[in-house]
Design a binder for this molecule. Sequence first.
Ligand code: HEC
Length: 212
Amino acid sequence: MEYHKIVLLHRIVVSLFLLHYVVKGYFLLSGKKETLAGYSAKTRAAEMILSVLFLATGIYLVYAGPSLSVLMYVKIALVFASIPLAIIGFKREKKPLAMLAILFLFLAYGLAEMSKAQYAKADKAPVDTSTEAADPVAVGKTVYSAKCVACHGDKGDAGLAGAKNLRITQLTDDQQKDIIKNGKPGTGMSAFPDLTDDQLNGLLAYIKTLKQ
Ligand code: HEC
């Protein structure tokens, strides 16, 4: 399965998981003990499957995704902290612990959204290549280090976040320019519409040096 499909699966699983715990939290808080017990019993198998998918997709994304930001570490810590809290909170009907677990899960979700927004912003920031302007490969290297290494890696073949190996790309110059400028919707390849023509040409020149 491709990276972006796993991302989608992860998001669906996480949303269902949150919903499930909000329902449980509601039953616990409103004192509907029997309803909670019945609901928990009926959803036990589904919860197991969701938990396994949650962790498996999460672990895959940590390994295959772009390098982790501090926000992502905090997010992962929150998710892991919420597990014992949720288990104890719901089993022993300790409302504050159960609420804390749900709060941690929501915080983790919020952090993931924040870090995504930050990531998208970092992508768009213009790069200054005025000092390298005479040398296309140097221009390309500067832009590449700022915008591309996160997924394609130093040598072009890191393949993070599902990135294609640039050392063996079969695309023509024009096709490469098109994908760099406009991105590829539905994949991790973002659009970089703000690059200048010199920077685009520099990137192509630099990518060619990676092929040798
Ligand atoms: C967030 C991760 C990410 C970043 C950052 C990124 N790419 Fe990509 N790139 C991808 C992914 C994923 C693909 C594969 C898209 C697909 O499935 O066809 C890709 C594909 C490409 C391709 C097409 C290769 C081929 O053979 O199909 C080129 C060229 C490329 N990227 C260049 C760049 C350049 C240049 C930069 C920096 C300006 C960059 N990328 C930044 C993820 C990224």
